[in-house]
Ligand binder design. Structure first.
Ligand SMILES: NC(=O)c1ccc[n+]([C@@H]2O[C@H](COP(=O)([O-])OP(=O)(O)OC[C@H]3O[C@@H](n4cnc5c(N)ncnc54)[C@H](O)[C@@H]3O)[C@@H](O)[C@H]2O)c1
Length: 442
């Protein structure tokens, strides 16, 4: 990464991909870390979303950024003198901007997944010869996940033999992937790349391991055309303007949310992108129910399952070691409150009423021959993803120290991606897939 700026000079950032996720980075650069960082430019293919971000910046009391159409990306870097580019575009387009920024001698912070196929991944690794790319794996920065890493590294359960990991996306959050570009595998890589990449990265980081061999099974069981089989499909194409969607708990009503209406409904005229498709509309090419078996270079193995249509949201991960077992259970919400079913994850109810959903985090150490010990966890700070976003941006933009090595490189991004790609390949061919057959990670 680039050397720090001399005193008095701020680091100059440009961001490409001004959708929902960009809001977090824009606020972190232009407001939270404004002493050291400066947001000089924004680029996107959609001018309405670009303008929406500048209105938001002004509302936050920050200076507006220079706005560029995406095809002027390289000119933007030259004209604004950006030092680092933040990439928050649709997954299948990350590589284009990572490669252009590296070619222009800039550093890169990219959202996960780093890209969506092995060939593009290889091009990024070949171009990132001096470690200029960071992948924004924010889950590493969650206090419970940091604690797991510290405990495992301390040898508290000895050598890790295996991991058992289950992740549940509920019928609000899981459903959201079937309304948007994510439902198209060519755009997102499917949930094993787009979503499980976080989980695969955590395991790589927790174990200090690289994946070698992957077997998987998966299918689209619940969303898409399965909706008519299970009696959920109400037969409309998109929510906005469809009377059939009025009482559908799976419907996202963009017009009821000023932020979403501004970013998406008000931007449709420029690219025709629909953010509120019926989750049961035909054409989804991704899976919603996936089982994966991974063998690692340390000798450990992992059984993993992702369900995208669960009644509650959270995860359980268990580590079996030569000196005991460590179990993490996180309930993000124990059910989906029907009043927020048709919102995006984290949306608040209008008015003062709190949703009835409950959550809890439990980390338990089971040593041999002794009763289990409950491990005390720091309470999750406020902010996106249980405080993980703020902790991550403090390192990325604020110069905070990173003793746990949470900042992920392009090689880390590749290792997480390749687990998902090998799983996708295994689903397609019905056989176990060697990761090195997709790309040799040196
Ligand atoms: N780590 C996390 O917790 C987290 C959470 C949400 C999203 N993300 C990631 O952030 C990225 C953006 O997701 P989002 O939810 O904001 O999606 P989004 O659809 O809201 O935004 C994507 C933006 O990219 C733009 N875009 C599309 N094609 C482009 C191109 N060729 N060139 C330039 N811009 C283009 C779109 O116009 C849109 O503004 C994704 O990679 C996603 O995986 C990460």
């Amino acid at each position: 990464m680039s050397t720090p700026k001399p005193a008095g000079q701020r680091h100059r950032y440009a961001l490409v991909g001004t959708g929902a996720r960009a809001e977090m980075f824009v606020g972190a650069i232009a407001v939270d870390h404004a002493e050291r960082a400066e947001l000089v430019a924004l680029a996107d293919t959609n001018p309405a979303r670009l303008a929406a971000h500048n209105r938001r910046l002004t509302g936050l009391g920050a200076a507006p950024a220079a706005l560029y159409p995406a095809e002027k990306f390289t000119a933007m870097l030259d004209e604004t003198g950006a030092d680092t580019v933040v990439v928050t575009t649709v997954d299948s387009t990350h590589d284009e901007y990572i490669l252009a920024a590296l070619a222009a001698g800039r550093d890169v912070i990219t959202e996960k997944p780093m890209t969506v196929d092995a060939e593009r991944c290889r091009r990024i690794l070949d171009a990132d010869t001096d470690g200029r790319v960071r992948v924004a794996f924010n889950y590493r920065f969650k206090p419970a996940h940091e604690k797991v890493r510290t405990l495992l590294a301390s040898g508290v359960i000895g050598e890790i033999g295996s991991v058992h990991f289950e992740w549940l996306l509920d019928v609000r959050h899981g459903a959201d992937y079937f309304r948007r570009w994510h439902r198209d595998k060519a755009s997102s890589g499917g949930l094993l790349v787009h979503k499980s990449g976080h989980h695969f990265d955590l395991v790589n980081w927790w174990l200090g391991a690289r994946p070698e061999r992957v077997y998987a099974q998966g299918r689209l069981f619940f969303y898409g055309e399965n909706g008519s089989r299970h009696g959920y499909d109400r037969g409309y194409e998109r929510v906005h303007g469809s009377p059939e969607a009025a009482s559908d708990p799976f419907a996202l009503h963009l017009a009821d949310n000023p932020g979403l209406a501004e970013l998406y409904l008000g931007a449709e005229e420029h690219d025709g992108y629909l953010r509120d498709r019926n989750v049961f509309a035909p054409g989804a090419s991704i899976e919603d129910d996936m089982s994966v078996l991974v063998g690692y270079d340390t000798g450990a193995s992992m059984t993993y399952h992702l369900t995208a249509y669960a009644p509650w949201e959270g995860y359980r991960v268990m580590f079996n070691g030569s000196a005991g077992r460590l179990e993490l259970e996180v309930v993000e919400n124990d059910h989906v409150d029907p009043r927020t079913a048709g919102h995006v994850k984290g949306a608040a109810l209008h008015g003062a009423e709190a949703p009835a959903e409950r959550g809890a985090t439990r980390l338990t150490l089971h040593p041999f021959w002794r009763p289990p010990e409950s491990v005390e966890l720091p309470s999750s700070p406020a902010g996106g993803h249980g405080g993980a976003d703020a902790a991550m941006t403090a390192v990325l933009f604020g110069g905070a120290t990173d003793p746990l090595d949470r900042s992920a490189t392009s090689r880390d991004g590749a290792a997480a991606l390749l687990t998902g790609l090998a799983a996708n390949a295994s689903i397609a061919c019905g056989e176990a897939v060697a990761v090195a057959d997709l790309l040799a990670l040196t």
